[in-house]
Design a protein. Sequence first.
Length: 369
Amino acid sequence: MRLMIVAIDAARPIAPRTGGTLLINLHSHLEGRVRPETAAQVARELGLPDADRDWAQALQLERPADLTEYLVKVVSSFPLFSRLDYLERIAREAVEDAAADGEDYLELRFGPASHVSGGDLDAVIAAVCRGVADGAAATRMPAGVVVAALRSDPTEANEAVARAAARAAGRGVVGFDLAGDEKRFPELERYVDAFAIAGSAGLGLTCHAAEAAPGRAAVEAVELLGATRIGHGARIAREPGLMDWFVERGIAIEVCPTSNLYTGAVDSLDDHPAARFARAGVRVVLGDDNPRQTGSMLSREAEVLREDLGFDDRLMHRMAEDSVAAAFVDESTRRGWRDRLASADGPDVAPLRDVVADGGENGAARAGG
Ligand SMILES: [Zn+2]
Protein backbone atom coordinates (compact mmCIF):
# COMPACT_ATOMS: atom_id res chain seq x y z
CA MET A 1 0.00 0.00 0.00
CA ARG A 2 1.35 3.37 -0.95
CA LEU A 3 -0.04 6.55 0.45
CA MET A 4 1.02 9.77 -1.14
CA ILE A 5 0.04 13.12 0.30
CA VAL A 6 0.17 15.88 -2.26
CA ALA A 7 -0.07 19.54 -1.50
CA ILE A 8 -3.04 21.33 -3.00
CA ASP A 9 -1.83 24.23 -5.07
CA ALA A 10 -4.71 26.62 -5.52
CA ALA A 11 -2.54 28.97 -7.54
CA ARG A 12 -2.06 26.41 -10.29
CA PRO A 13 -3.40 27.66 -13.62
CA ILE A 14 -6.65 26.16 -14.82
CA ALA A 15 -5.89 22.96 -16.67
CA PRO A 16 -7.39 22.54 -20.12
CA ARG A 17 -10.33 20.15 -20.04
CA THR A 18 -10.06 18.70 -23.49
CA GLY A 19 -9.76 15.24 -24.88
CA GLY A 20 -11.66 12.12 -24.09
CA THR A 21 -11.67 11.86 -20.33
CA LEU A 22 -14.12 13.50 -18.01
CA LEU A 23 -13.22 14.21 -14.42
CA ILE A 24 -16.53 14.43 -12.60
CA ASN A 25 -16.55 15.10 -8.87
CA LEU A 26 -19.73 13.70 -7.32
CA HIS A 27 -18.79 13.66 -3.66
CA SER A 28 -17.08 16.69 -2.18
CA HIS A 29 -17.85 18.76 0.92
CA LEU A 30 -17.67 22.54 1.09
CA GLU A 31 -16.47 22.12 4.66
CA GLY A 32 -13.47 20.15 3.38
CA ARG A 33 -12.36 22.71 0.81
CA VAL A 34 -11.34 25.85 2.73
CA ARG A 35 -8.14 27.36 1.38
CA PRO A 36 -5.58 27.81 4.18
CA GLU A 37 -5.01 31.45 3.21
CA THR A 38 -8.76 32.10 3.34
CA ALA A 39 -8.94 30.36 6.72
CA ALA A 40 -6.14 32.59 8.02
CA GLN A 41 -7.79 35.78 6.79
CA VAL A 42 -11.23 34.83 8.10
CA ALA A 43 -9.76 33.78 11.45
CA ARG A 44 -8.01 37.12 11.81
CA GLU A 45 -11.17 39.04 10.91
CA LEU A 46 -13.15 37.01 13.42
CA GLY A 47 -10.48 37.53 16.07
CA LEU A 48 -10.20 33.78 16.67
CA PRO A 49 -7.66 33.09 19.45
CA ASP A 50 -5.62 30.76 17.22
CA ALA A 51 -5.79 32.95 14.12
CA ASP A 52 -2.05 32.82 13.53
CA ARG A 53 -1.74 29.05 13.44
CA ASP A 54 -0.52 27.17 10.35
CA TRP A 55 -3.89 26.62 8.70
CA ALA A 56 -2.73 24.13 6.09
CA GLN A 57 -1.49 21.94 8.92
CA ALA A 58 -4.50 22.69 11.13
CA LEU A 59 -6.95 21.55 8.45
CA GLN A 60 -5.13 18.42 7.35
CA LEU A 61 -5.24 15.09 9.15
CA GLU A 62 -1.79 13.79 10.01
CA ARG A 63 -2.66 10.13 9.59
CA PRO A 64 -5.55 7.74 8.96
CA ALA A 65 -7.91 7.60 11.92
CA ASP A 66 -11.59 6.73 12.29
CA LEU A 67 -14.76 8.46 11.14
CA THR A 68 -15.35 10.27 14.43
CA GLU A 69 -11.80 11.69 14.57
CA TYR A 70 -12.00 12.62 10.89
CA LEU A 71 -15.25 14.51 11.45
CA VAL A 72 -13.87 16.28 14.53
CA LYS A 73 -11.15 17.64 12.25
CA VAL A 74 -13.68 18.81 9.68
CA VAL A 75 -15.93 20.36 12.34
CA SER A 76 -13.01 22.30 13.84
CA SER A 77 -13.14 24.59 10.78
CA PHE A 78 -16.84 25.44 11.25
CA PRO A 79 -16.18 28.91 12.81
CA LEU A 80 -14.85 29.88 9.37
CA PHE A 81 -18.38 29.46 7.96
CA SER A 82 -20.05 31.81 10.41
CA ARG A 83 -20.90 34.62 7.99
CA LEU A 84 -22.73 34.63 4.68
CA ASP A 85 -19.91 36.44 2.86
CA TYR A 86 -17.43 33.80 4.08
CA LEU A 87 -19.71 30.98 2.89
CA GLU A 88 -20.02 32.62 -0.51
CA ARG A 89 -16.26 33.12 -0.82
CA ILE A 90 -15.36 29.59 0.30
CA ALA A 91 -17.93 28.15 -2.15
CA ARG A 92 -16.59 30.24 -5.04
CA GLU A 93 -13.00 29.27 -4.25
CA ALA A 94 -14.00 25.59 -4.00
CA VAL A 95 -15.29 25.72 -7.57
CA GLU A 96 -12.17 27.60 -8.75
CA ASP A 97 -9.93 25.01 -7.10
CA ALA A 98 -11.85 22.13 -8.69
CA ALA A 99 -11.51 23.75 -12.12
CA ALA A 100 -7.78 24.29 -11.47
CA ASP A 101 -7.57 20.59 -10.63
CA GLY A 102 -8.79 19.85 -14.17
CA GLU A 103 -12.29 18.77 -13.12
CA ASP A 104 -15.24 18.99 -15.49
CA TYR A 105 -17.96 19.21 -12.84
CA LEU A 106 -18.20 19.69 -9.10
CA GLU A 107 -21.17 18.70 -7.01
CA LEU A 108 -20.50 20.57 -3.79
CA ARG A 109 -22.34 19.39 -0.69
CA PHE A 110 -22.70 21.10 2.65
CA GLY A 111 -24.81 21.08 5.80
CA PRO A 112 -26.46 24.52 6.09
CA ALA A 113 -27.73 23.94 9.64
CA SER A 114 -24.15 23.90 10.96
CA HIS A 115 -23.41 27.40 9.74
CA VAL A 116 -24.58 30.88 10.76
CA SER A 117 -26.12 29.72 14.02
CA GLY A 118 -29.71 30.79 14.48
CA GLY A 119 -29.55 32.15 10.96
CA ASP A 120 -31.85 31.87 8.05
CA LEU A 121 -31.41 28.56 6.19
CA ASP A 122 -32.59 30.11 2.92
CA ALA A 123 -29.95 32.84 3.20
CA VAL A 124 -27.20 30.32 4.00
CA ILE A 125 -28.12 28.15 1.03
CA ALA A 126 -28.44 31.19 -1.26
CA ALA A 127 -24.97 32.41 -0.24
CA VAL A 128 -23.39 29.07 -1.17
CA CYS A 129 -25.38 28.97 -4.43
CA ARG A 130 -24.14 32.48 -5.28
CA GLY A 131 -20.53 31.48 -4.65
CA VAL A 132 -20.91 28.33 -6.73
CA ALA A 133 -22.58 30.23 -9.58
CA ASP A 134 -19.83 32.87 -9.56
CA GLY A 135 -17.13 30.20 -9.55
CA ALA A 136 -18.83 28.32 -12.36
CA ALA A 137 -19.18 31.49 -14.44
CA ALA A 138 -15.53 32.43 -13.90
CA THR A 139 -14.14 28.98 -14.72
CA ARG A 140 -16.77 27.83 -17.24
CA MET A 141 -16.97 24.58 -15.25
CA PRO A 142 -20.51 23.56 -14.31
CA ALA A 143 -21.18 23.02 -10.61
CA GLY A 144 -24.17 22.25 -8.42
CA VAL A 145 -25.01 22.36 -4.72
CA VAL A 146 -26.13 19.34 -2.69
CA VAL A 147 -27.73 20.23 0.65
CA ALA A 148 -26.98 17.80 3.46
CA ALA A 149 -29.04 16.85 6.47
CA LEU A 150 -26.95 15.76 9.44
CA ARG A 151 -27.34 12.51 11.35
CA SER A 152 -26.74 14.17 14.72
CA ASP A 153 -29.36 16.91 14.22
CA PRO A 154 -32.97 16.65 15.47
CA THR A 155 -35.54 15.32 13.00
CA GLU A 156 -37.42 18.64 12.80
CA ALA A 157 -34.19 20.51 12.04
CA ASN A 158 -33.38 18.12 9.18
CA GLU A 159 -36.89 18.49 7.77
CA ALA A 160 -36.49 22.28 7.86
CA VAL A 161 -33.24 21.85 5.92
CA ALA A 162 -35.06 19.66 3.39
CA ARG A 163 -37.79 22.28 2.94
CA ALA A 164 -35.16 25.01 2.43
CA ALA A 165 -33.31 22.80 -0.08
CA ALA A 166 -36.62 22.19 -1.90
CA ARG A 167 -37.26 25.94 -2.11
CA ALA A 168 -33.83 26.39 -3.74
CA ALA A 169 -34.36 23.61 -6.29
CA GLY A 170 -33.68 25.03 -9.74
CA ARG A 171 -31.74 27.92 -8.20
CA GLY A 172 -28.43 26.16 -7.68
CA VAL A 173 -29.44 23.27 -5.42
CA VAL A 174 -29.46 19.99 -7.33
CA GLY A 175 -29.47 17.32 -4.64
CA PHE A 176 -30.02 16.23 -1.05
CA ASP A 177 -27.79 14.10 1.17
CA LEU A 178 -27.47 12.72 4.67
CA ALA A 179 -24.02 13.22 6.21
CA GLY A 180 -22.44 12.95 9.63
CA ASP A 181 -21.34 10.26 12.01
CA GLU A 182 -22.78 6.95 10.88
CA LYS A 183 -20.89 5.20 13.65
CA ARG A 184 -22.79 7.05 16.36
CA PHE A 185 -26.07 7.56 14.47
CA PRO A 186 -26.63 4.54 12.22
CA GLU A 187 -30.44 4.33 11.95
CA LEU A 188 -32.20 5.92 8.96
CA GLU A 189 -35.96 5.80 9.75
CA ARG A 190 -36.07 9.29 11.13
CA TYR A 191 -34.83 10.89 7.89
CA VAL A 192 -37.58 9.41 5.71
CA ASP A 193 -39.75 12.54 5.69
CA ALA A 194 -36.81 14.86 4.96
CA PHE A 195 -35.86 12.79 1.91
CA ALA A 196 -39.50 12.69 0.76
CA ILE A 197 -39.65 16.51 0.89
CA ALA A 198 -36.42 16.84 -1.11
CA GLY A 199 -37.40 14.14 -3.59
CA SER A 200 -40.77 15.70 -4.33
CA ALA A 201 -39.01 18.96 -5.23
CA GLY A 202 -37.12 17.05 -7.93
CA LEU A 203 -33.79 17.01 -6.13
CA GLY A 204 -31.39 14.11 -6.69
CA LEU A 205 -31.01 11.92 -3.62
CA THR A 206 -27.78 10.54 -2.21
CA CYS A 207 -26.85 9.26 1.24
CA HIS A 208 -23.63 8.55 3.10
CA ALA A 209 -24.04 4.90 4.04
CA ALA A 210 -22.06 1.73 4.75
CA GLU A 211 -19.04 3.91 5.47
CA ALA A 212 -18.89 2.97 9.17
CA ALA A 213 -22.01 0.74 9.37
CA PRO A 214 -22.53 -2.67 7.71
CA GLY A 215 -23.43 -2.93 4.01
CA ARG A 216 -27.14 -3.36 4.81
CA ALA A 217 -27.18 0.34 5.75
CA ALA A 218 -26.75 1.21 2.07
CA VAL A 219 -29.70 -1.02 1.12
CA GLU A 220 -31.82 0.84 3.68
CA ALA A 221 -30.70 4.19 2.26
CA VAL A 222 -32.09 3.09 -1.12
CA GLU A 223 -35.26 1.42 0.18
CA LEU A 224 -36.20 3.86 2.94
CA LEU A 225 -34.84 7.15 1.64
CA GLY A 226 -34.99 6.65 -2.13
CA ALA A 227 -31.28 7.32 -2.65
CA THR A 228 -30.04 6.62 -6.19
CA ARG A 229 -26.43 7.08 -5.11
CA ILE A 230 -24.54 5.94 -2.02
CA GLY A 231 -21.73 7.94 -0.47
CA HIS A 232 -18.74 5.63 0.19
CA GLY A 233 -20.56 2.31 0.61
CA ALA A 234 -17.18 0.79 1.38
CA ARG A 235 -18.63 -2.00 3.52
CA ILE A 236 -21.06 -3.22 0.83
CA ALA A 237 -18.31 -5.37 -0.64
CA ARG A 238 -17.85 -7.23 2.65
CA GLU A 239 -21.23 -8.97 2.36
CA PRO A 240 -21.35 -11.74 -0.22
CA GLY A 241 -24.01 -11.20 -2.85
CA LEU A 242 -24.82 -7.66 -1.80
CA MET A 243 -23.07 -6.02 -4.75
CA ASP A 244 -25.52 -7.70 -7.14
CA TRP A 245 -28.39 -5.92 -5.38
CA PHE A 246 -26.82 -2.57 -6.34
CA VAL A 247 -26.05 -3.73 -9.88
CA GLU A 248 -29.67 -4.76 -10.45
CA ARG A 249 -30.93 -1.33 -9.38
CA GLY A 250 -28.26 0.74 -11.16
CA ILE A 251 -27.31 2.45 -7.88
CA ALA A 252 -24.04 4.38 -8.11
CA ILE A 253 -21.43 4.18 -5.36
CA GLU A 254 -19.53 7.41 -4.80
CA VAL A 255 -16.04 6.14 -3.95
CA CYS A 256 -13.50 8.36 -2.22
CA PRO A 257 -10.49 6.06 -1.69
CA THR A 258 -8.13 8.32 0.29
CA SER A 259 -10.95 9.53 2.53
CA ASN A 260 -11.95 5.92 3.20
CA LEU A 261 -8.43 5.24 4.38
CA TYR A 262 -8.50 8.27 6.69
CA THR A 263 -11.89 7.35 8.19
CA GLY A 264 -10.90 3.71 8.70
CA ALA A 265 -13.61 2.52 6.29
CA VAL A 266 -10.82 0.49 4.68
CA ASP A 267 -7.62 -0.70 6.37
CA SER A 268 -5.43 0.04 3.37
CA LEU A 269 -5.85 1.25 -0.20
CA ASP A 270 -5.17 -2.33 -1.32
CA ASP A 271 -8.38 -3.28 0.50
CA HIS A 272 -10.48 -0.61 -1.20
CA PRO A 273 -13.48 -2.20 -2.95
CA ALA A 274 -13.69 0.23 -5.92
CA ALA A 275 -12.20 -2.29 -8.35
CA ARG A 276 -14.41 -5.10 -6.97
CA PHE A 277 -17.44 -2.86 -7.45
CA ALA A 278 -16.47 -2.00 -11.02
CA ARG A 279 -15.70 -5.60 -11.98
CA ALA A 280 -19.00 -6.77 -10.49
CA GLY A 281 -20.82 -4.22 -12.66
CA VAL A 282 -21.74 -1.77 -9.87
CA ARG A 283 -21.78 1.83 -11.06
CA VAL A 284 -18.70 3.51 -9.61
CA VAL A 285 -18.35 7.29 -9.50
CA LEU A 286 -15.59 9.31 -7.86
CA GLY A 287 -15.29 12.01 -5.22
CA ASP A 288 -12.58 13.58 -3.08
CA ASP A 289 -14.79 14.06 0.01
CA ASN A 290 -12.74 16.51 2.12
CA PRO A 291 -9.57 17.24 0.14
CA ARG A 292 -8.12 19.74 2.64
CA GLN A 293 -8.29 17.13 5.38
CA THR A 294 -6.80 14.32 3.28
CA GLY A 295 -4.52 16.38 1.01
CA SER A 296 -5.93 14.63 -2.07
CA MET A 297 -8.10 16.29 -4.70
CA LEU A 298 -10.08 14.52 -7.40
CA SER A 299 -7.30 14.31 -10.00
CA ARG A 300 -5.16 12.54 -7.38
CA GLU A 301 -8.06 10.21 -6.51
CA ALA A 302 -8.25 9.27 -10.19
CA GLU A 303 -4.54 8.42 -10.04
CA VAL A 304 -5.18 6.28 -6.95
CA LEU A 305 -7.75 4.33 -8.97
CA ARG A 306 -5.25 3.76 -11.75
CA GLU A 307 -2.06 3.21 -9.77
CA ASP A 308 -3.26 1.51 -6.60
CA LEU A 309 -6.57 -0.08 -7.56
CA GLY A 310 -5.84 -1.32 -11.07
CA PHE A 311 -8.36 0.74 -13.03
CA ASP A 312 -7.37 0.55 -16.69
CA ASP A 313 -8.58 2.78 -19.55
CA ARG A 314 -11.76 0.75 -19.95
CA LEU A 315 -12.76 1.02 -16.30
CA MET A 316 -11.91 4.73 -16.22
CA HIS A 317 -14.05 5.27 -19.31
CA ARG A 318 -16.85 3.22 -17.78
CA MET A 319 -16.63 5.34 -14.64
CA ALA A 320 -16.91 8.50 -16.73
CA GLU A 321 -20.05 7.10 -18.38
CA ASP A 322 -21.51 6.13 -15.01
CA SER A 323 -20.70 9.57 -13.63
CA VAL A 324 -22.49 11.21 -16.55
CA ALA A 325 -25.52 9.02 -15.87
CA ALA A 326 -25.51 9.58 -12.10
CA ALA A 327 -24.74 13.31 -11.87
CA PHE A 328 -27.56 15.57 -10.71
CA VAL A 329 -27.45 17.72 -13.87
CA ASP A 330 -29.91 18.80 -16.52
CA GLU A 331 -30.28 16.70 -19.63
CA SER A 332 -28.52 19.14 -21.95
CA THR A 333 -25.36 19.01 -19.78
CA ARG A 334 -25.60 15.22 -19.75
CA ARG A 335 -26.02 15.11 -23.53
CA GLY A 336 -22.99 17.36 -24.00
CA TRP A 337 -20.86 15.06 -21.86
CA ARG A 338 -22.12 11.97 -23.69
CA ASP A 339 -21.19 13.58 -27.00
CA ARG A 340 -17.72 14.32 -25.69
CA LEU A 341 -17.24 10.77 -24.49
CA ALA A 342 -18.58 9.35 -27.75
CA SER A 343 -16.28 11.49 -29.88
CA ALA A 344 -13.24 10.89 -27.72
CA ASP A 345 -10.28 8.82 -28.79
CA GLY A 346 -10.86 6.69 -25.76
CA PRO A 347 -10.72 2.93 -25.54
CA ASP A 348 -13.12 0.97 -27.69
CA VAL A 349 -15.36 0.15 -24.79
CA ALA A 350 -17.32 -3.05 -25.01
CA PRO A 351 -20.27 -3.70 -22.72
CA LEU A 352 -18.94 -4.31 -19.24
CA ARG A 353 -20.08 -7.91 -19.12
CA ASP A 354 -17.70 -8.60 -22.01
CA VAL A 355 -14.65 -7.00 -20.49
CA VAL A 356 -14.68 -8.29 -16.94
CA ALA A 357 -14.33 -11.83 -15.83
CA ASP A 358 -17.11 -11.87 -13.25
CA GLY A 359 -19.55 -9.30 -14.58
CA GLY A 360 -22.56 -11.61 -14.37
CA GLU A 361 -25.84 -11.05 -16.16
CA ASN A 362 -26.36 -7.51 -15.04
CA GLY A 363 -25.15 -5.38 -17.91
CA ALA A 364 -28.68 -4.48 -18.98
CA ALA A 365 -29.42 -2.92 -15.61
CA ARG A 366 -26.79 -0.33 -16.36
CA ALA A 367 -28.61 1.15 -19.32
CA GLY A 368 -30.48 4.40 -18.97
CA GLY A 369 -29.99 7.47 -16.75
ZN1 LIG B 1 -18.69 12.66 2.48
